[in-house]
Design a protein around this ligand. Structure first.
Ligand SMILES: [Zn+2]
Length: 412
């Protein structure tokens, strides 16, 4: 059997049996990782974190919603579907074996989504993980144990990304090339490590806050969906479509999704589909010969699947990951200058020096709430339909925090 870090614990390379190829790869890239300091805790407690909101030297999404890296050489995040009035359908925090009824429903209406799988869930629920792929959904990574990624050390961040990708490879037979940061918490250091692991960062244009339905009530979530429909009516997606954050995390989010899908499909005349489809990325995995998804025009003409090999865990377990980009770590430099990303680069210095105001004065109460919500989020992600999920609660707290400092009015 392959060796993984303990499930639901922070990713680490410090355990007996850590694969040699993982260690070798980390050692080969670590010197190049941008020197941007970790911030806060894995549960999102930002107490005492000091960051320059205005300069935003690390392109820290949680603080500024930045999605265009400051370091040259990093891919920009995927933030929207390019096709007008399309809805990039994304479901986070799976898989879980109790979600079959919802996936049966998706099958019944021939709907596919991009599924952001948590590595620990893939090992907990391997058959359900395989079902997502076999049903024709697009698969991406959502880390090993769902932490705030910018709180991770370089080694932890590498392990979170590496082992989620490895779990998906070992259980499903595919090597994914996309990932979504839990809570959207990403900066240029984390983007760099993800890119070294051949994964592009996927964010979103709109958030339903469905994970928080227990607290907010289902009607509030319905209104959030309606607000997105209203934006479509108002022409906000006439030039580029949406990518919408929704979850398969528990019964409530799946019921809301099922309830809303008919109107989503009616309203979004550019189609509801996986992100890869709206981007015409027909071969999203390294295993290009075995998996081909429809392009946008094919999807709109009714084609839902071109070629999907059966999930192939047997005989593949423990296989060494293969990267299309080899072990090529990103060659980055600070935007607008020729300084490379060594520990002495200007961007890195700006990050660690930070002249911005401290968050501690305004964030301690929020941060405490955030920490407990994040714990709830993990529990929910592990047990799924237990009721309270809270990816989103944490994000709202982060938004309040950002709003308080930057005067932002509302979240995405
Ligand atoms: Zn999540």
């Amino acid at each position: 059997m392959p060796s993984y870090p303990p499930i639901w614990a922070t990713g680490t390379m410090q355990y007996a049996g850590v694969p040699q190829d993982a260690t070798d790869m980390f050692n080969s890239i670590k010197a190049g990782i941008p020197n941007i300091a970790p911030r806060g805790t894995r549960a999102g407690d930002m107490t005492g974190v000091v960051y320059d909101d205005n300069a935003d030297p690390a392109c820290w999404w949680t603080d500024t919603r930045c999605t265009s890296p400051k370091l040259k050489g990093l891919q920009p995040d995927v933030t929207s579907c390019p096709e007008p009035n399309s809805w990039g359908f994304t479901l986070d925090d799976g898989p879980n074996c109790s979600h079959n009824a919802y996936f049966d429903y998706l099958e019944s209406i021939k709907m596919k989504a991009t599924l952001f799988y948590i590595g620990s869930n893939v090992l907990d629920w391997p058959l359900e993980a395989q079902r997502g792929l076999a049903d024709g959904h697009e698969i991406c990574s959502h880390t090993w144990s769902h932490p705030y990624m910018t709180s991770m050390t370089d080694e932890q961040a590498f392990a979170e990304l590496y082992f989620s990708k490895k779990a998906i490879k070992d259980i499903l037979g595919i090597t994914v090339r996309c990932w979504r940061p839990p809570y959207g918490d990403v900066d240029d250091r984390i983007r760099w490590i993800a890119q070294a692991l051949d994964m592009q960062t996927v964010i979103w244009t709109d958030d339903t806050f469905d994970y928080d339905w227990v607290t907010l009530g289902k009607d509030a979530i319905r209104k959030n969906y309606q607000a997105i429909f209203d934006k479509q009516t108002a022409g906000k997606y006439d030039s580029a479509g949406a990518i919408v954050l929704t979850h398969e995390i528990d019964g409530g989010t799946m019921e809301l999704s099922q309830e809303m899908l008919p109107q989503m499909m009616k309203q979004f005349t550019g189609g509801v589909m996986p992100v890869g489809v709206c981007m015409n990325n027909t071969q999203p995995y390294v295993e290009t010969s075995a998996y081909t998804y429809p392009n946008y025009d094919q999807w709109m003409a009714g084609t839902r699947s071109i070629s999907v090999a059966s999930p192939t865990a047997t005989g593949k377990v423990g296989e060494t990951l293969v990267f299309l980009t080899g072990s090529a770590a990103p060659t980055t430099s600070a935007a607008g200058s020729s300084v490379s990303t060594s520990p002495s680069s200007s961007a890195a210095q700006a990050t660690s020096m930070s002249s911005g105001m401290s968050r501690s004065a305004t964030s301690s109460a929020s941060a405490n709430a955030s920490a407990s919500s994040a714990a709830a989020a993990q529990a929910a992600a592990q047990k799924s339909h237990s009721g309270v999920s809270s990816d989103r609660a944490v994000l709202s707290v982060a938004a309040v925090l950002v709003g308080a400092l930057a005067g932002a009015a509302a979240l995405l």
